[in-house]
Design a protein around this ligand. Structure first.
Ligand code: NAP
Length: 254
């Protein structure tokens, strides 16, 4: 992009979204940056620049926001599992004629020694658990707990940033924490609670990956919830460097 200061709206709530806001804030003459957060986390880590919080009111609300705030480029840096927001971003960007880029960290890949069981949903994960274990480390986030709520036969260690709200399984212990996590910390947690199966989304990224290495080393099965499909036709990059290149390159027509 050339000439005047460009307004970039980042749909965030992720490490990548914050990282991009930090990078753009370093050049305030070139970029005006607004980050958008859903407002789910009580005390979010705030990025530099302007921050707005809460839903836009669907596709039309986002398209209106893009026009009213003269947004030059939209970056969808939401979590890979925020499929609704990504779909809204694609439709709204098309409606408002604003270039859109997906900034999506790559998913994880199994390595030798992993005992992964891929499933398509939290419900699929819940259905698989009886065959795999009785003491579950459930790291899918508090919004997916309902799928496991009917399981009174297993004990669950639930980790989330904010306290979960019912419904969740009757035999649940909650640990409030947020990444990045370490191998030693994850190993101590899983060993202390005698966890025998791990449930995770394929979130990707380094911050929450150590639990996978611990599960491998302890020989534990891991139920991995696959990502929802990304919106078709939206260019995407795996990291902040790629997003900066796209923004600077002015090739947003693609
Ligand atoms: P979602 O199901 O895809 O989105 C549901 C609705 O929440 C959207 O339609 C939109 O409301 C609002 N919304 C979502 N992200 C928003 C954002 N960045 N700014 C403003 N409004 C937003 O989203 P989700 O899975 O609940 O995720 C919510 C937020 O948490 C996202 O920012 C995401 O990056 C972050 N997050 C999600 C996960 C996960 O596992 N899903 C994990 C870590 C972080 P309107 O239709 O009213 O605009």
């Amino acid at each position: 992009m050339n000439g005047t200061r460009q307004h970039v709206l980042i749909l965030g709530g992720t490490t990548e979204g914050r990282g991009l806001a930090e990078a753009l804030a370093g050049d305030p003459a070139a970029w005006r940056v607004t980050s958008s957060l859903a407002g789910r986390v009580a005390a979010p880590r705030l990025p530099p620049g302007d921050v707005r919080t809460g839903g836009f009111g669907g596709t039309e609300g986002l398209a209106r926001w893009l026009r009213e705030h003269a947004v030059d480029a939209l970056v969808d840096a939401t979590h890979p599992f925020a499929g609704t927001m990504s779909a809204h971003a694609a439709a709204a960007a098309a409606a408002a004629g604003v270039p859109l880029l997906g900034l999506r960290r790559p998913g994880w890949t199994p390595v030798p020694g992993d005992r992964w069981h891929p499933v398509d949903s939290a419900a699929g994960a819940a259905a698989l658990l009886p065959a795999l274990g009785g003491r579950v480390f459930l790291t899918t986030g508090r919004t997916d707990l309902a799928a496991f709520a009917g399981d009174a036969a297993r004990w669950f260690l639930v980790r989330s940033v904010d306290p979960p709200e019912p419904p969740y399984p009757p035999r649940t212990e909650v640990v409030l924490d947020r990444g990045p996590f370490t191998y030693d910390g994850e190993r101590a947690l899983m060993t202390r609670h005698r966890v025998d199966v791990l449930v995770t989304k394929d979130s990707g990224g380094a911050a929450t990956a150590p639990k996978l290495a611990v599960a491998r080393d302890l020989g534990l099965p891991v139920v991995v919830v696959r990502r929802p499909p990304a919106p078709p036709g939206v260019p995407a990059v795996p990291d902040v460097a790629g997003a900066l290149e796209w923004l600077r390159g002015g090739d947003q027509a693609g």
